[in-house]
Design a protein around this ligand. Structure first.
Ligand code: T4K
Length: 381
């Protein structure tokens, strides 16, 4: 007999931010109040920058007011122009930062397993106009960084990684921010580690640090010189203290999410028509999202039906990242947006569903979500 499930009493969202103890925050706020220094490379900003640099095991790091401005600045700092090859399966910010730099996004199909840009297909998209690759470690799963580097080296292309979801990810002990020319991490409230809004660029090159820090502060070198057309990308002191405090909480949050992810996998492993990625032994994960794919034929219900049905139980999953960026009105006219160029992405985008994942959930909440999901399944006759 199928057990009837009651809806959750409170809405269950796809994610919830870690929130520090208010007294702890007030203590830090007092420090900022006393200093009367609120932004423009203040002491809290400097401290957070250094702490993150060490934590993420990168030689250079620059903080930003959000991840999108950080990515826009990354393109500027590498002087990208013309065409840049990217993935259609991502958040709107990824192709938009190219447009804001007058660069044409060229959409390349994705890998059917990782859902990241298919490194084997990048080469066929390269033309004389191509200046770089903007790849995304989608849901925190690392791209094929070795193959992408090989292609980039062969054609003299720059690589930017959108590592918005990959805070604290390591590949064989190496911080993910060390691959490519620049990586961007987002510290938005929905991320494992956050500063409400915020982000950072990580990179290897000392000269890039100077250039990026100028670019994020209007290009002001000193009181007498403005040396380039910069932007206002500065993280303020209030964001920085939130980050400094959240550094004390995020590892605990990651551990909780790991446990919940393992629970999801255990409960859903044998459900026909549902698939998901397992951890790789070489990768330390961010547990940023738990994403399943619904295979309509085998599950008997479509992803859209599952998404709607969940709402009846007060569960608000997300169809990250539907629609494909190549289907947005601003990009669908591009030749690379043609569905025939992106068959894998077109299929995957109809299957994906991000299930709730955050430390406040209990193991039994996750078990209940899985039981509810299983109850949606229609067996074929
Ligand atoms: N590249 C990639 C690959 C990205 O995913 C993102 C951002 C970026 C670049 C750009 O980085 P930022 O410029 O944002 O730093 C959210 C986030 O706003 C966005 O940062 C994130 N990716 C994206 C995947 O998710 P929405 O439109 O889905 O957010 P929203 O408001 O619907 O929130 C989702 C759920 O989170 C809510 O249902 C409840 C919960 N929530 C949200 C907020 C804002 C909270 O509990 N508290 C909160 O304060 O985009």
């Amino acid at each position: 007999m199928i057990k009837e499930h009651k809806p959750f009493a409170q809405p269950i969202y796809v994610t919830r931010p870690i929130l520090p103890n208010l007294e702890e925050l007030t203590e830090k706020l007092k420090e900022v109040w006393e200093s009367k220094w609120l932004t423009n490379n203040g002491p809290q900003h400097q401290l957070l920058e250094e702490k993150l640099r060490q934590l993420l095991k990168v030689p250079y790091l620059s903080l930003f007011n959000n991840g999108t401005i950080a990515l826009i600045t990354a393109c500027q700092s590498l002087r990208l122009s013309g065409d840049v090859i990217t993935t259609p399966f991502t958040f709107p910010a990824t192709p938009h930062v190219l447009s804001w730099n007058n660069i044409k996004p060229i959409f390349c199909d994705i890998d059917p397993n990782t859902m990241n840009i298919d490194a084997n297909k990048i080469e066929s998209m390269i033309t004389p106009q191509t200046t770089g690759i903007l790849a995304v470690h989608v849901f925190g799963t690392p791209c094929d960084v070795i193959k992408i580097q090989e292609v980039a080296d062969r054609y003299g292309l720059k690589i930017i990684y959108d590592a918005a979801h990959a805070f604290g990810v390591e590949i064989r002990g190496e911080g993910i921010g060390n691959f490519g020319d620049i990586s961007m991490m987002s510290f938005h409230a929905t991320k494992l580690f956050h500063t409400a809004e915020g982000g950072a660029l990580t990179f290897q090159d000392k000269n890039l640090k100077l250039r990026i820090d100028l670019l994020k502060n209007f290009g002001i070198k000193n009181e007498d010189e403005v040396v380039m057309p910069g932007i206002n990308g500065k993280m303020n002191e209030l964001q920085a203290i939130l980050g400094l405090i959240n550094l004390n909480y995020f590892e605990q949050e990651r551990e909780k999410r790991k446990l919940l992810t393992e629970t999801y996998r255990q409960c859903l492993r044998d459900v026909e028509g549902v698939s998901f990625l397992d951890d790789s032994p070489e990768v330390k994960s961010s547990y940023q999202y738990f994403v399943i794919r619904i295979h309509e034929k085998a599950f008997g219900r479509s992803r859209n039906e599952v998404y709607s049905e969940f709402k009846r139980y007060n569960i608000f999953t997300r169809k990250y990242f539907y629609p494909l960026c190549s289907d947005y009105t601003c990009y669908r006219h591009l030749p690379s947006s043609s569905p025939t160029n992106l068959p894998v992405a077109q299929e995957v985008v109809q299957q994906v569903l991000s299930l709730p994942l955050y430390g406040e959930l209990s193991v039994s909440d996750v078990e209940k979500i899985c039981d509810i999901l299983k109850s949606f399944r229609r067996k074929s006759h």
